[in-house]
Design a binder for this molecule. Structure first.
Ligand code: URA
Length: 235
């Protein structure tokens, strides 16, 4: 009976904290069983917000991707950039190094950036999922759903003016499952993501371009659109 009351009390406390919108993490500390995670909404510093987001992702529970991966892959590039790229998910090299786009696809992405006078000091890069899907498979719909709130928060923190979705996984995660990349690529559109509403464009994923080099001409068309938009927005 006594035990039930204590459990009920804990549940009420958790409900109360949920109600007042405070995120909690369970602590092993014997004195304070519950530690408060800083509420991202009350933090103004971008780097601190990103660190809170990183912790939230590190604290994901019951995730098969996380269980199978070596390292969490959060982002690379300039946190103050107004140009953000989103890929699909880490591959083997990224999983080893904890950085996005450092393998073969990353080398091609660097060339694509260079072609329009960009590089990693001028852009910000992340992925739909932050842990490597085993055998480089596409993340499942369930996995994408699980990580989508983090990706959206990530975009909100960076506040890009231009958002480039690399490949169909990023495209479908942000702009809807019904879209087909061959039709949707190379066109600007806008979607409200939390407090920001960037100009969005979909283009082919560099890993796809490695497999289908004849599509590089379409990719080049998209890159030129991005270059023009950067000029137009004076970024
Ligand atoms: N492919 C992606 O989509 N992301 C990476 O980080 C690496 C390869």
């Amino acid at each position: 009976m006594m035990k039930k009351n204590i459990n009920q009390k804990i549940i009420s406390i958790i409900e109360y904290y949920k109600m007042i919108n405070l995120d909690m993490i369970i602590s092993n500390d014997p004195i304070t069983r519950y530690k408060r995670e800083k509420n991202i909404n009350f933090v103004s510093d971008k780097r601190e917000k990103l660190n809170i987001l990183k912790k939230k992702i590190e604290n994901i529970k019951n995730c098969n991707l996380k269980k199978a991966a070596n390292k969490m892959v959060f982002s690379d590039g300039n946190i103050n950039s107004k140009i953000m790229f989103v890929g699909e998910g880490p591959g083997a090299q990224e999983d080893r190094m904890g950085l996005p786009f450092v393998g073969a696809a990353g080398k091609l992405l660097d060339k694509m950036l260079d072609a329009i006078n960009l590089n990693r000091t001028k852009v910000y890069i992340s992925n739909v999922v932050n842990y490597r899907p085993p055998n480089n498979r596409r993340p499942t719909d369930e996995e994408i759903e699980k990580y989508l709130p983090f990706l959206k928060l990530h975009i909100e923190i960076i506040e890009p003016k231009i958002l480039i979705l690399l490949g169909s996984t990023a495209m479908q995660a942000i702009s809807g499952k019904e879209k087909i990349i061959s039709k949707a690529r190379g066109k600007w559109f806008k979607i409200k993501i939390g407090g920001c509403e960037p100009e969005i464009i979909v283009t082919f994923h560099p890993a796809f371009l490695i497999r289908q080099p004849e599509q590089k001409k379409n990719s080049w068309y998209d890159l030129k659109l991005i270059r023009e938009k950067i000029k137009f927005l004076k970024l």
